[in-house]
Design a protein around this ligand. Structure first.
Ligand code: NAD
Length: 504
């Protein structure tokens, strides 16, 4: 390991009304470089007045933005797409410097966000309504979709570039104006995006950023001028946001935590399965809501599979995300310590610790928040390493005898975000995708994040509300339907009739 001296932390401000905005208060949060452990930024923590200023700016901008032609809105999004594509490496480097994930992974998340921008460029087609001529004689009926107004977007630390982009491109394209509250742990990516949007020609006030904590979130939830909330984060907060947002009369989509199972049947291709388990278990240090954290080994598949997983784990390099390593640090020291405490709890509960990542060899600095890939075998469903969302590089093998036992285990879990089945039996895979109570299913694909023109979201404690993110459900969420029944001409068709309107 190496050591280096700390530079002066940079201030990270809000972005309101098209410019950087210091804020009304003096509270600042520390932002770390997780690979060094040093404080690199001091982020403004919003006071109520800052949230109100952002909402007021968005409300004012909505009055004109909603009337701007689709062609002009889309032109701005196309320009943003070009800028983002040209500067994606720069954004990825910002993500790595505050989140810790390795550069290639950060670039992957930017690219998945970029895809949603491209999807939103097709908004004119997506907003087309229906038209029925002569629903009644000389009466036409048509449907239109209109923007909601000011929409709030509250995002987690683990995808600081991609998760905001699941929402705001579609929201803006549909004519809404936006206030984003990113995670206070890695806030700079959203500010970078705000600058790019301004450079692309987005009018001031259409996209605002407030940084902060519960105070800012609560203000967005209760603010009378905020029409909807899109939240992504841990399950307890997602539930809280859903309950309080809907109580305040808002439309809410609230995506929560996860515990994703990978079921491996005895006929699976073990090399593909071992590669997939390692990639999905330890990529981004397990800090993905679609990470695999429980591998359910059916029948006698566990022993040979564990050997293959161990071989692969031995080749992984943990270290600074800018140095070409496979896996970076965890996001904060507190989170690293929490994950390490789960590892100890697994040992204490009697699980077999096959690979211990707690004292890792690292290609990075001494102060970084390190914990290397960790593998448990013989994990049982009563252990906390199974019941809790660990959100770290810890993969647990649970052994079961039959497919039915595996399915029952997955379906009994309170979460239902993602799952995968590995098998060469098409019938078994088909049965699993039909029977499993999970929102996103992979067949020989470990991280089944849908492409942007489908919608992303889980079931049960992984999503509150019924609208998933992006795709056509995203368009529905950020618009509301109106149906117009219209008659022109011919007053001779008038006359008094107090009966209920009929078409016949
Ligand atoms: P988090 O719940 O701690 O924070 C999410 C957001 O809520 C942040 O903006 C944070 O500032 C805010 N927040 C934190 N505490 C709050 C409180 N008491 N009241 C109001 N707001 C509060 O989540 P995180 O640690 O940033 O992210 C990791 C979690 O997000 C994991 O549980 C992961 O599974 C989940 N996640 C889910 C998805 C999904 O699509 N389902 C995607 C990414 C992450």
């Amino acid at each position: 390991m190496t050591t280096s001296t700390a530079a002066q932390p940079t201030p990270i401000n809000h972005w309101i009304d098209g410019k950087s905005y210091e804020g009304a208060g003096t509270r600042r949060g520390e932002v770390f470089n997780p690979a060094t452990g040093q404080v690199t930024g001091l982020v403004a923590m919003a006071e109520l007045a800052d949230v109100d200023a952002a909402v007021a700016s968005a409300k004012e901008a909505f009055q004109s933005w909603r009337h701007i032609s689709l062609a002009k809105r889309v032109n701005i999004l196309f320009a943003f797409r070009e800028l983002l594509n040209a500067k994606k490496e720069e954004l990825a480097a910002i993500v790595t410097s505050e989140h810790g994930k390795v550069l290639s992974d950060a670039l992957g998340e930017v690219t998945r966000g970029l895809e949603v921008v491209e999807f939103a460029c097709g908004i004119p087609h997506l907003l087309k309504g229906g038209f029925t001529e002569n629903a009644s004689t000389n009466v036409d009926v048509y449907s239109i979709r209109q923007p909601l107004g000011v929409v709030g977007i509250i995002t987690p630390f683990n995808f600081p570039a991609m998760v905001p982009m699941w929402f705001f491109p579609i929201a803006i394209a549909a004519g809404n104006t936006v206030v984003v509250k990113p995670s206070e742990k890695d806030p700079s990516a959203t500010n970078f995006v705000a600058e790019l949007l301004a450079e692309a020609g987005l009018p001031a006030g259409v996209f605002n950023v407030v940084h902060g904590d519960k105070l800012a979130v609560d203000r967005l939830l209760e603010h009378p001028d905020v029409a909807s909330i899109s939240f992504v984060g841990s399950t307890p907060i997602a539930k809280y946001v859903y309950e309080n947002g809907t109580k305040a009369g808002k439309r809410v989509q609230s995506l929560g935590g996860a515990k994703n199972h990978m079921v491996v049947l005895p006929d699976a291709d073990l090399d593909l399965t071992a590669d997939s388990a390692v990639n999905a278990g330890f990529g981004s240090a397990g800090e993905r809501c679609m990470a695999i954290s429980a591998l359910v080994a059916v029948g006698d598949v566990a022993d040979p599979l564990i050997e293959k997983i161990k071989e692969r784990m031995a080749t992984l390099r943990t270290g600074d995300g800018t140095r070409g390593c496979d896996m970076g640090p965890l996001v904060t020291g507190a989170h690293r310590d929490k994950v390490a405490s789960y590892v100890q709890a697994g040992v204490d509960a009697g699980a077999e610790l096959v690979v211990d990542g707690r004292d890792p060899e690292v290609d990075g600095e001494e102060g970084g928040f390190w914990l290397a890939p960790t593998l448990f075998d013989k994990v049982t469903p009563d252990m906390s390493i199974y019941t809790e969302e660990i959100f770290g590089p810890v993969l647990s093998i649970v052994r079961v005898e039959t497919y039915e036992e595996a399915l029952a285990l997955v379906n009994a879990n309170p979460y239902g975000n993602g799952t995968a089945i590995f098998t060469n039996d098409g019938g078994a895979a088909r049965r699993y995708q039909n029977e499993v109570e999970v929102g996103m299913v992979g067949v020989n694909v470990p991280i089944p994040v849908p492409v942007c023109y489908y919608s992303f979201g889980g079931w049960k404690a992984s999503l509150f509300g019924d609208a998933h993110a992006h795709g056509t459900e995203g368009v529905q969420f950020f618009t509301r339907g109106k149906v117009v029944t219209s008659r022109w001409l011919d007053p001779s068709h008038g006359g008094l009739n107090l009966g209920f309107p009929q078409t016949h």
